[in-house]
Design a protein around this ligand. Structure first.
Ligand code: MN
Length: 291
């Protein structure tokens, strides 16, 4: 029986499988449970591949929770001045919320505010306004369902809009809905922030989801991320939200997400060994930095 920890621990489904057939879904959810995690994060760049009823039934069968994460498609982008693209992005978010509710998940996060891509130019004021308005409407639709909306702060090669925790806090201020939280990711923070402590403290109780990952997105503790600084700061803000492990290798490929994230290298091939090592690593950090 795993020890009681201050935070629910999650793992990204792409540690287990790159698809979401019934067999993939069963494998990913049962492996997540076997490795001692509380929740699975299901990527939803392609909403059509998720069999909602089957996914919900499989989660229920294993007694597992889930969250949904995504980035918007290039041509359905709410971070745009193009009305048709914004409308497409809004429709994508509406459907993503439907899937989130359908599988019984309470968290929809990621780059919901735009496409997941290297933009050719900075965000414009009008594109940002369109994104703020789309997230506001999404949050208002999600609130009565008890669903939290998380905006993931990612590096400059994956968005031109929210690269730092402060940019995300400012954006959420403009959205003005209480069920919108900051979603930080150690891998992205390593690229964009001055450090880990100041942005985590700046978020405080508005931090709602945390991705733990290495500088190269492989095994925790084998790269350059300062996890002691991160977990000390999370303890200082008394963070009790999910901590979800993200890791990507060319050994397990989602044709869409792996290419979007530039997963070209083999950093591991044994999913279960990776997952159990990460869980121990995080549990040790939480024990060393209690709150
Ligand atoms: Mn992430």
């Amino acid at each position: 029986m795993p020890e009681r920890l201050s935070n629910p621990l999650g793992i990204h489904a792409l540690v287990w499988t790159g698809g979401w057939t019934h067999e993939d879904c069963e494998l990913a959810i049962s492996s997540t449970k076997q490795a001692g995690y509380d929740l699975i994060e299901i990527p939803a760049l392609d909403l059509d591949r998720i069999d909602v009823e089957h996914t919900k039934a499989t989660l229920d069968k294993h007694g597992m929770s889930a969250g949904l994460s995504l980035g918007l498609p290039l041509t359905s982008d709410v971070n745009s001045e193009d009305a048709a693209s914004v409308a497409g992005g809004r429709e994508f978010l509406r459907r993503a919320l439907e899937v989130t509710e359908g599988i019984g998940a309470k968290y929809l996060g990621g780059v919901l505010y735009g496409s997941l891509c290297k933009y050719p130019e900075p965000a414009t004021l009008r594109a940002r306004e369109n994104s703020v308005a789309a997230i506001r409407d999404l949050a208002r639709a999600a609130a009565p369902l008890g669903i939290t909306i998380g905006l993931e702060t990612v590096n400059r090669y994956e968005t031109n809009l929210l690269n730092t925790a402060q940019a995300t806090l400012d954006f959420i201020d403009d959205v003005g809905e209480s069920n919108v939280v900051v979603h930080l990711d150690a891998y992205h923070m390593n690229i964009e922030e001055d450090g880990y402590r100041t942005p985590i403290l700046a978020c405080g109780d508005r931090l709602g989801y945390f991705h733990i990952g290495e500088s190269h997105r492989g095994y925790l503790g084998t790269g350059t991320i300062d996890f002691d600084e991160i977990f000390a700061a999370l303890a200082d803000i008394k963070y009790t939200g999910p901590i979800t492990f993200e890791s990507f290798s060319s050994a397990v490929v989602d044709p869409q997400l792996s290419n979007t994230l530039a997963v070209w290298r083999n950093l591991w091939s044994d999913s279960m060994d990776l997952a159990t090592a990460a869980r121990s690593f995080v549990a040790d950090q939480l024990s060393a930095h209690p709150h």
